[in-house]
Design a protein around this ligand. Structure first.
Ligand code: HEM
Length: 245
């Protein structure tokens, strides 16, 4: 970006550079970090789902040498794990919503939207609509068994249209790779009291102008390092999982 800036009239301004750096830092880092944090948080209370994820990841690991890195094919086989991640994205979308600017006067369902106004779409409006997702407050990855049953533009954690998140495949890969190593090497439990996910989400909605969702309080978790055959050998460390740092 700095070299483009020195190339004349088409170069980037300092503002452009700062803007791009912020997009990568916030759009590329905070989002996946929130997804993995909430995945761990949900799985702490869902032993059956965690068991199925572990089975899927162990099956993939069985076909590899211990030091062999994961391949794109391996990641494509992590279908159940991704359904659980999608259910996490549905209930706690890391990006609360997206803006669009009206480039001309438009009318939508009787509402007049003047040119230049910004329209804000919030993911949770459809994600938590019971007409679209049956029993929306239930954490149920099975609802993604038949994805074609979800109407277009109703499951939109990565936005939609031409400005949809360009990092969505990367986010999928990094989340699945992280889960591969986490579920095979650790077990964890929440150390905070009664931190219901509904409470977390509600607080996030009240944040107003802030677009990224965060846990209401730091998610204190105790991580247990597993020995072979899922036996806990020792408590190695306690992690403070929070997007605040
Ligand atoms: C779970 C992870 C992620 C989620 C939920 C997410 C979600 C989103 C959403 C909702 C938007 C706005 C889309 C719209 O306006 O329709 C967006 C934009 C964007 N995301 Fe992501 N994102 C994630 C990960 C990433 C990663 C890993 C990167 C880059 C490495 C990235 C880069 C971007 C960029 C550059 C934009 C702006 C695109 C534009 O305005 O044309 N995102 N993301």
């Amino acid at each position: 970006m700095l070299s483009l800036r020195s190339e004349g009239v088409h170069s980037l301004t300092v503002e452009d550079i700062v803007d791009n750096a912020m997009v990568l830092l916030i759009a590329g880092y905070e989002t996946s970090c929130v997804l993995i944090t909430f995945l761990l948080r949900y799985l702490a209370d869902e032993p059956d789902i965690l068991g199925r994820i572990t089975e899927e990841q162990e099956e993939i690991a069985r076909n590899k040498r211990p030091d062999e890195p994961l391949t794109w094919d391996d990641v494509s086989r992590m279908k159940y794990t991704w359904k659980v991640a999608m259910e996490t994205l549905r209930t706690v979308p890391p990006v609360l919503g997206s803006f669009r600017t009206a480039i001309k006067d438009i009318e939508y369902k009787g509402y007049q939207i003047p040119k230049g106004w910004q329209v804000f779409t919030a993911q949770v409006v459809t994600h938590l609509d019971e007409k679209i997702f049956d029993d929306p407050s239930k954490f149920d990855p099975a609802r993604f068994d038949n994805q074609s049953s979800i109407p277009p533009y109703c499951f939109v954690p990565f936005g939609g249209g031409p400005r949809m998140c360009p990092g969505n495949e990367f986010a999928r890969s990094e989340t699945l790779v992280a889960m591969h190593y986490l579920v095979r090497q650790f077990r964890w439990k929440l150390c905070c009291k009664d931190e219901g996910s509904g409470k977390i989400l509600l607080r996030c909605l009240f944040l107003g102008s802030q677009l990224n969702l965060r846990p209401e309080a730091p998610l204190n978790m105790l991580m247990l390092k597993l020995a072979h055959s899922l036996l806990c050998t020792a408590i190695r460390f306690s992690l403070l999982l929070s997007t605040d740092g």
